[in-house]
Design a protein around this ligand. Sequence first.
Ligand code: FE
Ligand code: FE
Ligand code: ZN
Length: 276
Amino acid sequence: MFKIGCHLSASAGYVHMFKEAQSIGANTFQFFTRNPRGGKAKAIDENDVNEFNRLTKENNFAQILAHAPYTLNACSENERTREFALEVFLDDLKRMEYTPNNLYNFHPGSHVGQGVEKGIELIAHTLNSVLFEEMTTTVLLETMAGKGSEVGRTFDEIRAIIDKVELNNKLGVCLDTCHIYDGGYDIVNNLDGVLEEFDKIIGLDRLKAIHLNDSMFGFESHKDRHAKIGKGHLASDAIIKIINHPKLRDLPFLLETPNELDGYAKEIAFLKENRK
Ligand code: FE
Ligand code: FE
Ligand code: ZN
């Protein structure tokens, strides 16, 4: 099954997201658990979530991906910001259990001058404080472009975080195609080599989702500016190789391209046409 979807607004609830996804030919989607700039999450509506669980099962949906707010920085130099990260993480993981067995993705964070080592330590500390044995959610570390002091640009940094987490059977990785290309992994000319390296350092069994984005800027630009599919420096050929690659093709692919719903519908149709 080709698992394909895009980022959707969560403001009208779970059933609404399901219907929106279905209307554009998607069988998965991503959403923010709360305002991406932070703030309080809407209370869970149990009727909405129960109906959603029924609909996704009945329609054979793939795993969905919840995205933590951008303001969650587990390795900030500011203690209050780290506390906020902890609070949001705990609350989100509790909420995730209303839709069991799905994925929760977060940006490892920015160390803001404290150094990568310290950043890794703080991120692992947060994960050790929020993961719990009974959870059914898999928490994903997103690969980053290396903008500013972002941690998680290299596979080694991701590996180092995972190694410091006790319940690391709850952890996986979300690979963002724009981010890793910007970050210095040449998935245009050497996709096999990059995946081999990922496998050697992190292990491909940890890879649980792909953020499928083109990149507005070039290789190693560290910019993190997403482009529409085929309209950036990755271009269509590389993206078509990615969705068909034997080591990636069974993963959920989530678009985070600059689009409204109709633009997403077109990209999904294009990707389906090019799925072998
Ligand atoms: Fe992200
Ligand atoms: Fe992403
Ligand atoms: Zn991005």
